[in-house]
Design a protein around this ligand. Sequence first.
Ligand code: GLA
Ligand code: GLA
Length: 694
Amino acid sequence: MPRHRSFLPHAVVAIAALLALHPLATEAQKPAPTPLFFGTSWYPEQWPASRWDTDLQLMQDAHMNVIRVGEFAWSTMEPAEGRFDFTWLDRAIALAAKHHIAVVLGTPTAAPPAWLTSKYPDTLRVDEDGRYAEHGNRQHFSFASPRYRIFAHRIALRMAQHYGHNPNVIGWQIDNELAAPSFDASAKQQFHAWLHHKYGTIAELNRRWATAYWSQTYDTFAEIPVHAKGENPALLLDWKRFVTDTWVSYLQNQIDAIRPNAAAHQFITTNSMHWFNGYDHYIVHKNLDIAAWDDYVPDGHLDPDLNAAQHDLVRGYKQKNFWLMETQPGFVNWGPINATLPPGVTREMAWQAIAHGADAVLYWQWRSSLNGQEQYHGSILGADGTPLPIYAEIQQIGADFERTAAALAGTTIKAPVAILQSYDSHWAIDFQKHSQKFDYVASILDLYRALHPIAQSIDILSPDAPLDPYKVVFAPALNVLPRPTADHLLDYVRNGGNLVLGPRSGMKDADNALQPNRQPGPLASALGGYVEQFYALDKPVPLTGNWGTGTAALWAEQLAATSPQTKVLMTYGKSNGWIDNQPAAITHAYGKGSITYIGATLDPKLMQSMAASLLAEHGIAPAIPGLPEGVEASTRASAETHRAVVILLNHTASSQHIELPRSFENILATHILSASTIDLPPHGVAVLMEPHAQ
Ligand code: GLA
Ligand code: GLA
């Protein structure tokens, strides 16, 4: 591929279109093929400027076309209060441009400088037990501190005024892995104000929180304790929502600094952490242009379904393609045993990201810092500045991406099924697990593992997302079910959708209070049935019915039918006495669709036959059938051109022979041949297109 063709103007136009930041774009401005972005985090502030050109040349040699810089460089950008120095960054960005490497700028607010936190200790984060964070680590700021917001706004503003129209800056990452809330005095006061605003009167809060329980009745909002555990479930849920809203305003403070000063083609994102549930990612992503996340496999053993689900989760934050902002070159430094990914798996993971809708893959990090807390982390160059063994594999990925970028431009995932993921439900179950073994994320993953080989593409979405495109929607453990969400689900079913609820669904209302009617609460009448009683299990109980015979290990709900049209799909065998021979899964037609309730945690085999049966019933079949176990297929298609690209991933350590349903060309291969069989080497990848589609 010609390396020295200037891709940047194309990149700029294409990414703007990709992000829909140009709603008025005319036909003439239609995007040129979008490149796949490929690159690394880079910390020029840690190295002499005389070294930078060598770094950038080595990146260019690895076919990299993007770097992320700046996200921890506050003390270099503003070495003393109000004294800004961007000269070094100007040089680094200009030099990157010479190497055809675009830049994502990180605002440095995850690491405030020592002058700031020393002079203004009220900007420091306070943990739940009242301890102040100290300098010397990162994330030591309070997300709620009004004074911190002023400094954060100012550094973001100065950066945006300086780089908002730099043609080589294509986007912004605000902060870095938003995580820990603060329990400082200001945060507590803001929580009280937030509650006041939400409930209006303390009497209304007392009513909805049922505070007569244990004499919790409050006379003023200021009396309300501020805790993230051990409190009234209503308080705990509201604390999470307050934390979410505080992160929203924390981000908005910087968006307000950047957006008015930034060219339309510059996107704004932040890098998040898959299942991390410190806040509601659907809400936090509303005002961001794209989602981005950091994908790490600390033990070095890729779990392909888990990783696939994580990509789908992040794609669901904004229901569009995303960036993989960080991933490991080989290994990390923060797990119990930081084993490395085997050869080929770094590439397999890069391609799995693309297969699930990533438009960029960036490594963390380029070169080991000489000092600092992460000396042992995997990197692409060693501390000596020369390529480590992983460099060649990374170079190959860069070449792969160059070869396939045009074909993948403008493509995304279209899934036939969705799994609903609710932060409210995740939190509510974590507050009161009832069985320590019950894990909300596992309830999603167990289902995902069964659905994935059949559906091949799955969307993971907020329960409030539009659901019409999906023939079947699964809602495992949708514990908190506010009335508006229930109405939204009923509309979906009435219009022909098929909703499958899992155990623990529909138990709580929006205040985390028990619903006034039995589970699934507002869906019970449409279901033609309800949950008679729930049971945490300490040993597996037998199950039998339409999906075969197996067990439930963690949770069993005794179901009851209220309509003669309700069909019993599964029944418990002899178990704890209460549920012997009682219904475990029921289904009922409603409107043009159906509601199914599964009250038991199905074992993997039963889960598979449930998935096979329900997906077949609704006409969902694999796009690429008959794949050997451990081989994943994912289709990215363009709604406009109908071009479809199939990505095949061999997640096993042995070669796999694949019979394709028709003839394809592997556009990743150097010699492109059309064939209907393909042999994938261990951890191998193929990128397939129909011959006429090119
Ligand atoms: C104790 C308390 C009760 C109740 C029960 C629950 O006995 O006195 O108020 O909390 O535990 O098991
Ligand atoms: C996170 C951070 C990075 C780095 C990596 C190491 O993702 O965002 O700064 O610390 O972890 O794995």
